[in-house]
Design a protein around this ligand. Structure first.
Ligand code: COA
Length: 183
């Protein structure tokens, strides 16, 4: 189901969030990830990258209901440097889930990434969310994903990597080295 009143999309560099926006984000994060959920998150032992942008989605009454973090990173695909987009920190308040907010946020984020001259975008997600992202046009990446962690470069195996073609095809195999922390 999609909401029929307007969403407000607020795309900002993370350094430009106001105090009120940071607080709304904190409230959203706690609602989506209460301690009992955090305790069992598959990625709880991973050191994650901060995004460069945050897409804040407010409902018609100005309530922050959904968030997407956006990264643009120079990575390598089979040792060749390329610039890709990244999506992380996808969350919708439990009270607003199932109403199309994340879907709308993805469409907005994709339009932004399209303008950034990237080849493809990448996200990692739990196995149960693969069908959701597949419906949004993402494809499973079946190659090797390398990421930085405090101990060095390691294969990322905790979650499912998925890719979205942006201005070119997205790879289905090969080795992608994120050349930094995962998002
Ligand atoms: C996943 C999430 C961001 C979706 O946000 P949303 O605004 O409810 O998304 P939409 O309304 O656009 O789409 C809803 C669809 O998400 C999918 N979905 C949501 N949670 C799911 C889950 N746990 N397992 C499988 N599919 C799920 C379903 O396909 C659902 O469709 P349905 O309502 O017809 O069943 C939201 O459920 C959430 O914040 N979950 C907790 C945090 C999380 O898991 N984030 C994703 C990290 S990769």
């Amino acid at each position: 189901m999609t909401k029929n009143y307007p969403f407000n999309f607020n795309l900002k560099l993370i350094t430009e969030l106001t105090v009120d926006e940071e607080e709304a984000l904190r409230v959203l994060r706690v609602a989506v990830y209460p301690p009992e959920v955090i305790a069992h998150r598959p990625g709880r032992h991973i050191k994650w990258s901060l995004p460069q942008w945050r897409l804040l989605v407010e409902d018609g009454s100005g309530w922050l209901v959904s968030h997407i973090g956006i990264v643009i990173r120079e990575v390598t695909l089979d040792d060749v440097s390329i610039c890709i987009g990244g999506i992380g920190g996808v969350m919708t308040s439990p009270k607003a889930q199932g109403q199309g907010f994340a879907t709308a946020a993805f469409r907005h984020a994709e339009a932004f990434l399209n303008k950034c001259g990237l080849t493809f975008s990448l996200l990692v997600c739990r196995q149960d969310l693969v069908p959701f992202y597949t419906r949004l046009g993402w494809q499973s990446f079946n190659g090797i994903l390398l990421v930085e962690q405090p101990g060095g470069t390691v294969p990322f195996t905790v979650n499912e990597p998925m890719v979205l073609p942006v201005n070119d095809k997205a790879p289905k195999k090969g080795t992608i080295n994120l050349c930094g922390l995962p998002w």
